[in-house]
Design a protein around this ligand. Structure first.
Ligand SMILES: [Zn+2]
Length: 438
């Protein structure tokens, strides 16, 4: 079976940007054909030829499969919020051909068994690729370091105690050194627990008005600066998760200028929303790190534009109503993000913050580079492909989401542009036009 994706604008950052056709065969990219006359529409409806499927991508953008390097799939342990299967469907629907799942499941992914369990489930499902991120410390308790060798052998692509910081600086140093020797990335959740303690949202005007205890930006940036210092000490790389504050952006920019091997991601909510969203969305605007001020939001956009922030990841954090329909202070942190990430990131393109190519870099090329994953639209590579219609407008309706959870502050938003097809290894796992749901 051959698939041809015809007439789209193909963007493979740093390699190709132009109108061409992609030929997919045996799960791989078999050819990229420029300047060939388009197959006439009557031939395009090629139902009589079961061995050839033609996808008309004219007016659309064809990119390497998008990679979300930060999601929470909740299995094992919290299958009422999300399972590996529902998370995969959510990812496919959102245009992602691969996701990296964080280890704060129950039990925690701190062992070969859990890493292998996740990979076995993923291969059974045969939908999007799942790359497990295993824990830095046993039970993400920050006390005993995990056996990185065992975790890497089992298939972990990175280590992180995400959800919790590694507060002990000596342990972080040893983790960076051990991970460096195994070519494993450490993903750091930067939060000084003593500064953040008791906080429910950003420490600022809105928290004051609502009477909530605040979390200062310094609780994040102080740990970003510590991790940068540890990178200098160890010559190991570190990846900073979910950057939310102006001070963190500055610290990372300065470190990069000095040649330190730090990379960083942010999430769509940090360049879309501010602390004022708590007024309208309540617990659906509660996350960790919290939404901050307009100055922080602008700094995140600048960081994305100038390359300080390498990646856009969702921090997809499903929670059931039970965890969100409670008093703000006691509500769980986090929102789902897989199904709105592309449309929200396209706003950056519409506003001139990023080019299309820049957006693809943040959502595919750079996550792959940071984690050492195969990526790109080149002959011989696995056909992991996302097609985006930049003009398709719609209203966010979480009833259509594939995720088991509905905790989104973007319900009812009018957005322009969305993913319309996701292909993984030559298999179409989501096709908006054919109404093929994952
Ligand atoms: Zn985190």
């Amino acid at each position: 079976m051959q698939i041809r994706i015809n007439g789209g604008r193909i963007i493979d950052p740093g390699h190709f940007d132009g109108t061409a056709d992609i030929v997919v065969e045996d799960g791989k990219i078999a050819g990229i054909v420029e300047n060939e006359p388009l197959i006439a529409p009557d031939q395009a409806s090629n139902i009589q030829h079961p061995d050839l499927r033609i996808i008309d991508a004219s007016g659309r953008i064809v990119t390497p499969g998008l990679i979300d390097m930060h999601v929470h799939l909740r299995e094992p342990g919290d299958e009422h919020k999300e399972t590996i299967a529902s998370g995969c469907r959510s990812a496919a629907w959102g245009g992602f051909s691969a996701v990296c799942c964080m280890p704060n499941t129950s039990p925690v992914n701190d062992s070969r068994q859990i890493t292998e369990y996740i990979r076995a489930k993923a291969s059974q499902l045969n939908m999007v690729r799942i790359y497990p991120v295993a824990a830095v410390s046993k039970g993400i308790e920050g006390k005993t370091r995990c056996d990185f060798n065992e975790l890497k052998e089992a298939g972990a692509v990175a280590v992180s105690d995400d959800g919790h910081p590694v507060m002990d600086s000596h342990m972080m140093r040893r983790a960076l050194e051990a991970a460096r020797d195994l070519n494993l990335m450490v993903i750091s959740h930067c939060e000084d627990i003593s500064l953040a303690a008791g906080g429910a949202m950003h420490e600022g005007a809105v928290a004051k008005k609502l009477g909530y205890h605040g979390i200062p930006s310094a609780s994040e940036s102080i740990m970003v600066l510590r991790d940068i210092a540890l990178c200098e000490l160890t010559a190991a790389p570190v990846h900073i998760a979910h950057v939310s504050s102006l001070e963190s952006v500055r610290a990372i920019r300065d470190a990069k200028a000095r040649g330190i091997r730090v990379s960083a991601e942010t999430a769509p909510h940090y360049f879309t929303l501010t602390e004022t969203a708590v007024n309208d969305s309540g617990t659906h605007a509660k996350m960790n790190p919290p939404l901050r001020t307009e100055a922080d939001r602008e700094a995140i956009c600048e960081g994305l534009a100038d390359g300080t922030i390498d990646a856009i990841a969702t921090d997809h954090a499903p929670h059931s109503q039970k965890e969100k329909d409670v008093a703000f202070e006691s509500a769980a942190n986090g929102i789902i993000g897989l199904e709105t990430a592309v449309s929200l990131s396209l706003k950056l393109v519409q506003e001139g913050v990023l080019s299309f190519s820049g957006m693809v870099e943040k959502m595919s090329t750079n996550p792959a580079r940071i984690l050492g994953l195969e990526n790109g639209l080149r002959v011989g590579q696995a056909a992991d492909i996302t097609i985006i219609d930049p003009d398709l407008s719609y209203t966010v309706n979480s009833d259509n989401f594939q995720s088991l959870s509905r905790n989104t502050p973007f319900e009812g938003w009018q957005l322009k542009g969305r993913p319309v097809l996701t292909m993984v290894g030559g298999r179409i796992v989501f096709d908006h036009d054919q109404n093929l749901r994952p």
